[in-house]
Design a protein around this ligand. Structure first.
Ligand SMILES: NC(=O)c1ccc[n+]([C@@H]2O[C@H](COP(=O)([O-])OP(=O)(O)OC[C@H]3O[C@@H](n4cnc5c(N)ncnc54)[C@H](OP(=O)(O)O)[C@@H]3O)[C@@H](O)[C@H]2O)c1
Length: 297
């Protein structure tokens, strides 16, 4: 599978696998998690997306248990994790309110915890999960640089940041911001027109797309015009409609990296099918029109 260069020290697979829903799976055994990772690796999907908060701060530990039992997997993977969302659950049950914390002590401790939970020595890419209105960019930037210098974090990036948020942080941190992970799908397509993707393209920062199938909402109503169009185009390529929705993202010149979230092993095995599909311009716009419910102006 094609790799996309995010920095001098990090290339990621064109499609990534996200572990947000890991704890929703009926089977959270180490063996089953290993099987999902292996199903990805077999297709060249080497990039795995985590966050400290996933599963109420428990998903990283599930991955850690799987990696401890199959240590050979780690070297075949690029592991992304995120921090700064503090929700009053799990390890943060003592907190009164959901909030963000980008203070140096918090993010430094969060990284230590993530490393311990995932049983790894370093995080390949650490993302600030959400823009924090109380972020002191000088202090947070220094803390991120210190994490890079310590070797505990190899690269830094952001998630759900707007262009000005990225400019601010980049002006105070030495390490280049390697990606912005944002919501992009046929149903959540505002990044295509609100300047977010334009900014990332301008700066040659490849975006990661979270919920690229809109969390499954694309397939809720098979009679919706969009699902019907996906199904119609899928038939012409002999792939499933989800592959067409992903191919729609892959077609965009910003080098969008979809982060897939299925727990279904059969669906996971099909992830790379999307790379077989090269949508022509009119089919791309047919899907855009169906998503918007009206022709482009
Ligand atoms: N940075 C952020 O703020 C942020 C926020 C949210 C997510 N993320 C990342 O993005 C990753 C992916 O998010 P996501 O899980 O929402 O992605 P997604 O791929 O858009 O949605 C996955 C969901 O769609 C369902 N689905 C997939 N194919 C389907 C089909 N053909 N028919 C019906 N349902 C289908 C899956 O069910 P099955 O399991 O049954 O296949 C699963 O529940 C997460 O794991 C996480 O790493 C990041």
């Amino acid at each position: 599978m094609e790799k996309i260069t995010l920095s001098a020290s990090l290339s990621v697979s064109r499609i990534a696998y996200g572990m947000w829903r890991l704890t929703d799976d009926a089977d959270t055994s180490a063996k089953h998690i290993q099987a999902k990772i292996e199903a990805c690796l077999e297709q060249g999907i080497t990039t795995f997306d985590q966050a400290d908060i996933y599963g109420g701060y428990s998903a990283e530990s599930l991955l850690g248990t799987a990696l401890k039992q199959a240590p050979a997997l780690r070297d075949q993977m690029e592991i992304i994790s995120k921090c700064n969302i503090v929700a009053p659950t799990g390890i943060h049950s003592d907190k009164r309110i959901k909030h963000y914390d980008t203070s140096p002590p918090y993010i430094t401790q969060a990284v230590e915890r993530s490393l311990q939970h995932m049983a790894i020595d370093s995080i390949d890419l650490l993302l600030l999960h959400r823009p924090d209105p109380l972020m002191d960019a000088d202090k947070t930037g220094n803390a991120l640089d210190a994490l890079i210098e310590s070797g505990k974090v190899k690269n830094i990036g952001v998630s759900n940041f707007r262009p000005r948020d990225i400019d601010l942080l980049q002006s105070r941190v030495k390490s280049p911001i390697a990606t912005n992970q944002i919501e992009i799908s046929l149903l959540e397509n505002s990044a295509l027109t609100n300047g977010d993707l334009a900014y990332l393209q301008q700066h040659r920062i490849a975006p990661m797309a979270w919920s690229p199938l809109a969390g499954g909402r694309l397939f809720q109503d098979p009679r919706s015009p969009l699902t019907a169009k996906l199904t119609e185009i899928a038939a012409t390529f002999a792939v499933d409609p989800a592959s067409i929705a992903i191919a729609w993202l892959l077609k965009h010149p910003a080098n969008i990296l979809p982060v897939m979230g299925s727990n279904n092993i059969n669906r996971i095995k099909q992830f790379s099918e999307a790379l077989r599909v090269d949508l022509d311009r009119q089919s791309w716009f047919e899907l855009f029109e169906a998503a918007k419910g009206q022709p482009v102006p």
